[in-house]
Design a protein around this ligand. Sequence first.
Ligand code: PAF
Length: 285
Amino acid sequence: MKRIRSARRLQSAVRSARSKGESVGFVPTMGFLHEGHLSLVRRARRDNDVVVASIFVNPLQFGPGEDFESYPRDLARDRRLLRSEGVDFVYEPAAADLYPREFATRVVVDGLDQALCGTRRPGHFAGVTTIVTKLLNAAGPDRLYLGQKDFQQAVILTRMVEDLDFAVKVVVCPTVREADGLAMSSRNSYLTTEERAFAPELFRALSKVRKLVQAGEIKTAASAVKRVESLLKDGPGRIDYIEILSREDLGRVRKLSGKLVLAVAYYLGKARLIDNVWIQAPKGS
Ligand code: PAF
């Protein structure tokens, strides 16, 4: 596995692979890797001749007072894991190179950030779309691998790729969970023992309500949200949002029908956890 710090170097390494007709898969990460990231790497490894992963904690996507400084980091372990998964190139840019003092550009996808984390973390998705644009320009991949846990991110990046004609296919892979259902996240490392014991309740609550919607027993968005709220109300943390939206465009729905996503964000100690499940509501419900 080759470590690369400059965009130019990565571009030329990828260009030389492509000139031999090799396909390139790309997995962007902020490091502190877990099985969720590794599942993306494995999928990329299966689909492509060459796999590029990036590790960069992107300051642009953190708001004031968020956890940029304390975000967990373990570069040596990350490199070991990526090497053992057969990654060819790991891109580890420096913030000063990606964002020199005169850096002035933002890539913004309108509209899709008017729900979920977009309304709670102003500027977050502009930070994500800007960095992913830069990473795609550096890695020039055929396929980009993203996780379903960050569902709004996946929807926004898919829109961006289409709108800006990036010649890359977005592959969204299922959320990887701990044995008790907790969605894997680098931020789970913030949880105390007591918080960790409660954390799987998020997925349990979402799954329970998914079942009720799919059985036609819950028919409106308001009652779905209320039901999740009541399942979580005695927990040690605080609900940031619970929303049920159209899966296609993240639009609001009143009556539940078609393809939906039920999503939660929950403050638990130092962590803000997010999770979501996909729901297929029955016809005519
Ligand atoms: O999902 C993440 O870890 C980040 O948002 C990403 C896509 C690597 C951009 O910084």
